[in-house]
Write a protein that binds this ligand. Structure first.
Ligand code: CAA
Length: 386
């Protein structure tokens, strides 16, 4: 897609260009190996930190790059088009961990926690889901009990992206389950705090280079000064954080979709059947038409959501629409991309099968497609009928 239509600033164009070059030269050649070995790409995270990508939207005062959310969406596409494992490490760190400290942290918390995260020295994670609560986030049972100037945390968190490698965890816990979502508090937790350990590390279908694990809290003592906002603010902090996170996952789906589309195009020009390249068959051409249209529609939805976030507008519905559409578009594109490859799409000699596996999670994490539909419908139906 020609980005000219977005009327980006010179700085935005330059950053997208720089990240594209970096992603294609440094990240993309390692993507297959990262997927096959399932190793965490530490050196790429360090390189992203050196480029300012680990604090992309963090204010320069706290060592971030001070860029806007549209740039975040564009950069996210570039990284994910190269490697979706690296992409989700980038996204969970920026949106889910840096995001809430940027928005709700006080100056002291930003200096202590956010600045080293923005420099890429410390990796962040976001701990909301639990073994018994995912979509129904308000049903969490991990507890925080106040004792003097500390809170004592007990519980288990599940499906935590960057869980094994993180240094800083944004934790959601409840003062009392009877208070429902009004009892939830958000904390910044040092991963090295005694009593906090990494539980089961998951073996996944895709994004295999990003660590996903349980985090287990056993009488973990967290200073009250590490609370974000005030008691009871946690659920809203989590929901608003996920609004921004969904732009990151939409960007991931778009990046994976672009990579799948590009791979399929290359293959369709090279592979011949019935005396001509398969790109010349109308059955294949129609697939490309639908893939390209869905990809651009996903981009436009996501750019709108990001621009609204930049303008300080409420963007909950638009982010949910972008995430829903982009993830389902990526599913379609990766499926057709694999189909275009025929038998070669089913084996790991080509990247089509990796894109197909990597994409699938974008319809699940940071709110399933079903949750996005709930969010969109409730916002839509609350609006006046025109
Ligand atoms: N921003 C701010 N506040 C919000 C909000 C938002 N986007 N959405 C809801 N709220 C507020 C509501 O206004 C309401 O406030 P009041 O009490 O003042 O009225 C309060 O939160 C409760 O809202 P609901 O009644 O709508 O809450 P609910 O319990 O019905 O849940 C839900 C709504 C949308 C289904 C929510 O539970 C949800 O988003 N679930 C999905 C959770 C999710 O995305 N999990 C992914 C975890 S992260 C991850 O994937 C792991 C990883 O590491 C990548």
């Amino acid at each position: 897609m020609d980005l000219g239509i977005l009327e980006l600033t010179e700085e935005q164009n330059m950053i997208v260009e720089q990240v594209r070059t970096f992603a294609q030269k440094e990240i993309a050649p390692k993507a297959a190996e990262i997927d096959q070995t399932g190793r965490f790409p530490k050196e790429l995270v360090q390189a992203m930190g050196a480029m300012g990508l680990m604090g992309l939207c963090v204010d320069t005062e706290y060592d971030g790059a001070g860029l806007d959310y549209l740039t975040y969406a564009l950069v996210g596409e570039e990284i994910n088009a190269a490697c979706a494992s690296t992409g989700v490490i980038f996204s969970a760190h920026n949106s889910l961990a840096c995001g809430p400290i940027k928005k709700w942290g006080n100056d002291e918390q930003k200096k202590k926690w956010l600045a080293p995260m923005a420099r890429g020295e410390k990796i962040g994670a976001f701990a909301l889901s639990e073994p018994g609560s995912g979509s129904d986030a308000g049903a969490l049972i991990c507890t925080c009990k106040k004792e003097g100037d500390h809170y004592i945390i007990n519980g288990t968190k599940n499906w935590i992206t960057n869980g094994p490698e993180s240094d800083v965890v944004i934790l959601l816990a409840t003062m009392s389950t009877e208070l429902k979502h009004k009892g939830v508090c958000a904390f910044i937790v040092d991963k090295n705090t005694p009593g906090l350990s990494v539980g089961k590390v998951e073996h996944k279908l895709g994004i295999r280079g990003s660590g996903t694990s349980q985090l287990i809290f056993e009488n973990v003592k967290v200073p009250a000064s590490q609370m974000l906002g005030k008691e009871g603010d946690g659920f809203k902090i989590a929901m608003a954080t996920l609004d921004g996170g969904r732009i990151g996952i939409a960007a991931q789906a778009i990046g994976i979709g672009r990579a799948a589309l590009d791979a399929a195009k290359k293959f369709a020009h090279e592979r011949e059947t019935f005396g001509k390249p398969i790109a010349k068959h109308q059955g294949i051409q129609f697939m490309f038409a639908d893939m390209a249209t869905k990809l651009d529609a996903a981009r436009l939805l996501n750019y709108r959501a990001a621009r609204m976030q930049d303008r300080g507008m409420k963007f909950t519905k638009e982010a949910a629409m972008a995430k829903l559409f982009a993830s389902e578009a990526a599913n379609f594109i990766c499926d057709k991309g694999l189909q275009i490859h025929g038998g070669y799409g089913y084996v790991n000699e080509y990247s089509a099968e990796r894109h197909y596996r990597d994409q699938r999670i974008t319809e699940i994490y940071e709110g399933t497609s079903e949750i996005q539909r709930i969010v969109i419908a409730s916002a839509e139906l609350a609006e006046h009928v025109r």
